[in-house]
Structure formats: C-alpha cells, structure tokens
Write a protein that binds this ligand. Structure first.
Ligand SMILES: Cc1cc2nc3c(=O)[nH]c(=O)nc-3n(C[C@H](O)[C@H](O)[C@H](O)COP(=O)(O)OP(=O)(O)OC[C@H]3O[C@@H](n4cnc5c(N)ncnc54)[C@H](O)[C@@H]3O)c2cc1C
Length: 254
C-alpha cells in the first residue's frame, strides 16, 4: 500500500481541432460547403484562431462539440471519480474493483489530514486495518469456493473512498468548458479541483483559441454568482456588478 498523487496525461485530441471547429462555425453562416471551407482554411491557423475566439466569446458553443480530448488519470480517489462521473456528457472507462484485486491498494490522503501528525496516524492505521479486513474476506470467500471477480466484487465493499483509482475520460470542448466552470471554482472539492486545473492547463496549451478564457464560471462572467456566503472574493459579487442602483439602495438601507 502506498500514498499516491494525481497524475494526468493527454491521450488524444481530435485531429485538426482548430480547423474542424472553424469549418463547423463557418458552415453556419456560409452558402458554401464545410468540406471546402475546411480544405481552404487548414493552412491559415491565424485566421481560424481569431474567428474561433470570437465565436467562443459570443457563446456560440455547439461547434466546440466536434472536438474531443481524451485524458488518462491516475492517483485519484474513488471520492473524486464519484463526482467526476456525474458529468454526463462524457465517456469513461474506469479500473474495475471486480477484475482488479485490491490486495495491496493505494490511497489518497487529504492535505488537511496529512498536515496533522495525530490525524495522519489515525488515517494510516485505518487504511492498514481496511487492507487486513479486505484480505481476510478475500481468503474466507476463497475457502467457500468464490474466486476471482466473484470474490473481489464482495470483498470490495469494505474498501474506503480514499482508494486510488485510474480512469480514462473523454469530453468534447463544450463539456470541458462546462466542467471547468464548475470544478475550477473554489467551491469545488479540493481533489476534483486539482484535476480540473491540470486538465485546463493541458487544454490551454493545446487549443488556446478555445480555452484561453476558460476556467471557473467567474472568469467568463466577470462576477461571482456564488453569493456573499460562498464567494472567494476573486471577482465582485453578481449583485455588485449587475445590481446597479438596486444593490446600492439595499446597501444604503442595510
Ligand atoms: C460545488 C459543487 C457541489 C455539488 N454538490 C452536490 C451535492 O451535494 N449533491 C449532488 O447530488 N450533486 C452535487 N454536485 C454535482 C452537481 O449537482 C452536478 O450533478 C454535476 O456538477 C454535473 O453537472 P451537470 O449536470 O451540469 O453536468 P453534465 O452532466 O456534464 O451536463 C452538462 C449540461 O448538459 C445539460 N444536461 C445534461 N443532462 C441533462 C438532463 N438530463 N436534462 C437537462 N439538461 C441536461 C445541462 O445543461 C448540464 O449543465 C455538486 C457540484 C458542484 C460543482
């Protein structure tokens, strides 16, 4: 058993990503054919970039669905992947706890627990106890004739949410932008936020025309919609930006 950390790699990105988005955007406004627009535009990256940037900032997002990113992710907890797979406009392939035995499982430690000697001790002891229980159950199930995935699928019920898992995720650019809006926000849980930040960094490197202004929802909005209780104060509150006179009046009277 070992403590492990987040690791993200880009496995694949749609070929000619920018040219495909460009052709799809232009098709909407052109009497010509996107096949021709694609061929003509393929060697004019500068022109494509400017056009795609404008389209993205105008909120015309459906052409972004034609380009996909596939990420390989490891060193994350089942807590994280439980949140990740709530994003439905995506494809996932996750390491199975039925087919992969966890007789030496790795785990994630929350930084707040790692930073405290006492809490860390409790945490590591718990991991070891769980490992012992899992291994005992596995051999007891084996004695009753249950082997392989049939034993694993029942023994895994004692595994913690801290268990490390590996997952492959594919999202199109529109879904990625949506994912970053929610999960790069400081309100998101720390582990999925760290993943979102790493994925965003890769997306910005590979496709800046689409992702340069991507991030937490406040980045695109220019204000924080989370309200006074939850704001991280990076941006002014929504009512401060949009409320105008009404907000000023409330402040005066309050
Ligand atoms: C800070 C934070 C706290 C959270 N806390 C909780 C919690 O306590 N409990 C909990 O259960 N979840 C919680 N969630 C998860 C959240 O409710 C969403 O399930 C998750 O973020 C996926 O978002 P989504 O549905 O917008 O995304 P996706 O599933 O990726 O969908 C993308 C977009 O497609 C559209 N869409 C997709 N499916 C449908 C559909 N069936 N009908 C109509 N439109 C659709 C919507 O516009 C949606 O925004 C939390 C999320 C965050 C970021």
């Amino acid at each position: 058993m070992a403590r492990v950390r987040l690791h993200v790699e880009l496995l694949d990105l749609s070929q000619n990503a920018l040219a495909v988005i460009y052709a799809a955007c232009r098709q909407c406004y052109s009497s010509g054919f996107s096949g021709q627009i694609f061929k003509e535009g393929i060697n004019n990256a500068k022109n494509q970039e400017e056009f795609v940037k404008q389209i993205v900032s105008s909120g015309h997002e459906s052409p972004l669905e034609h380009v996909k990113f596939t990420f390989a992710i490891e060193g994350v907890s089942r807590t994280l992947t439980h949140q990740l797979v709530r994003h439905r406009v995506a494809s996932y392939s996750q390491q199975s706890q039925r087919y992969v035995k966890a007789s030496d499982f790795d785990y994630i430690i929350p930084p707040s627990i790692e930073a405290d000697k006492e809490m860390k001790k409790i945490y590591l002891n718990t991991m070891q106890e769980i490992q012992k229980s899992y291994n005992c159950l596995l051999s007891a199930l084996g004695e009753k004739g249950k082997k392989g995935e049939v034993a694993n699928q029942d023994a895994r019920f004692v595994l913690p949410q801290a268990s490390e898992t590996k997952i492959v995720v594919t999202m199109n650019c529109r879904e990625l932008m949506h994912f970053f809006k929610d999960r790069c926000c400081t309100r998101a849980q720390w582990e999925i936020r760290a993943l979102a930040e790493d994925m965003l960094k890769i997306c910005k490197e590979k496709l800046p025309a689409v992702f340069n202004n991507s991030g937490a929802k406040c980045v695109a909005l220019g204000y924080c919609p989370e309200g006074i209780k939850f704001t991280c104060k990076r941006y002014p509150l929504k009512e401060e930006v949009l409320g105008g006179a009404k907000y000023a009046k409330t402040k005066e009277s309050g």
